[in-house]
Write a protein that binds this ligand. Structure first.
Ligand code: KG4
Length: 338
């Protein structure tokens, strides 16, 4: 029997989860509200909040799982990528606890975690997992990638953004419309009642499977600037149509490259992960592609799309089965490596 504690602290969520033999026993998240008034995550404040939250969050995860900390087989933690100060809190905590309990430590790549979230079982009978090889569109506030997943540990980034991430495009455009932070969910809500064909925005033309969202963001800004000159209430009067047009353009860009990758590699098993996969338009686009192209699609439950520790615990579980542990000298990394 293997009981793994997962710890996630890469950005602004302090999270802990316990998984027993691949089945989730508890999943606790404390999201930091302190950043809302700044319109984005403030790294210094994030590290401080992690420091305050980590002990109560881990305690709660262990209690809710109905185990004692002495029952743990290993501790998995997010080593990177992410904010250095935030990662240091989770990494140091994992080191302290694993040394106190004399159990191994497992380092997890946050991006692998998002992909492997598809393998979290809520009960023993769950068998919804994707078959290898599959493609995973990973879209969050910090990442936009197409990943070719060959096994639990063999993953290759075949396309990625050369500038902004998809979530950033949602958030930055929402910010200029005064919709608050994070703006993605607000754009999603308003888009439901807007006309997606009302405004034409620039789409990038990129060979291969890479993404770019900075041109789209600039064309959105220019549109607002030009229209506000004619009518200062332009945003207020057109909020829904602006959100619907923006959302449609982002989704079209995401799906075009993904469709090309799936066709070229002849892969029909396609998954989506990361915070932006909560977007209702993107979910509909996946369902539509399943019908049109015969894709077998995998969309995780909402709770496993944004940052969470269940995905770190399940990734740790697979590494545990391989005896793939890390040393006490493991230092966090802030940048993307796969
Ligand atoms: O994976 P995640 O929780 O963490 C980061 O990488 O930061 O993703 C957060 C991102 C934010 O940009 C947020 O606006 C976006 O996911 N997001 C959404 C939706 N829900 C979250 N974007 C569009 N539509 C949504 N419903």
């Amino acid at each position: 029997m293997a009981i793994i504690l997962g710890i996630e602290s890469s950005c602004d969520d302090t999270a802990a989860a316990v998984i027993q033999d691949g089945v989730l026993l508890s999943n606790i998240i404390s999201s930091q509200k302190v950043h809302e008034s700044y319109g984005g995550v403030v790294p210094e404040l994030a590290s401080r909040a992690h420091q305050q939250n980590i002990i109560p969050v881990v305690d709660q995860a262990i209690k809710k799982a109905g185990i004692n900390k002495e029952d743990l087989s290993a501790i998995a933690f997010t080593r990177g990528p992410g904010l250095m100060g935030s990662l240091l809190v989770g990494t140091s905590f994992a080191k302290g606890l694993s040394s106190a309990l004399n159990i191994p430590m497992i380092d997890v790549n946050h991006l692998h975690g998002h992909v492997l979230a598809h393998f979290i079982k809520e009960n023993k009978e769950d068998n919804h997992e994707p078959q290898f090889p599959f493609l995973c569109l990973l879209v969050s506030g910090g990442n936009s990638q197409i990943i070719l997943v060959k096994s639990y540990k063999d993953m290759e980034i075949i396309g990625q953004t050369i500038d902004d991430a998809a979530g950033e495009a949602f958030d930055k455009c929402a910010k200029v419309m005064g919709l608050g932070y994070p703006g993605g969910p607000v754009v999603d809500r308003l888009a439901k009642v807007g006309d997606p064909t009302k405004f034409k925005l620039n789409k990038p033309h990129i060979q291969g499977y890479d993404y770019s969202f900075s041109g789209l963001k600039t064309s959105f800004l220019y549109l607002l600037r030009d229209e506000i000159k004619k009518d200062p209430d332009f945003i207020e009067k057109n909020k829904e149509d602006l959100c619907a047009s923006l959302q449609k353009t982002i989704i079209d860009v995401l799906m075009e490259q993904l469709r090309r990758a799936a066709k070229d590699l002849n892969i029909k098993e396609v998954a989506v992960a990361g915070g932006v996969s909560a977007n209702s338009g993107l979910r509909t686009a996946f369902e539509d592609h399943a019908k049109r192209y015969g894709w077998k699609i995998h969309i995780p439950p909402f709770g496993y799309t944004t940052d969470n520790a269940a995905m770190i615990a399940i990734s740790g579980y697979f590494k545990y089965l391989d005896n793939d542990f890390c040393s006490m000298g493991a230092a966090p990394f802030s940048r993307v490596v796969m």
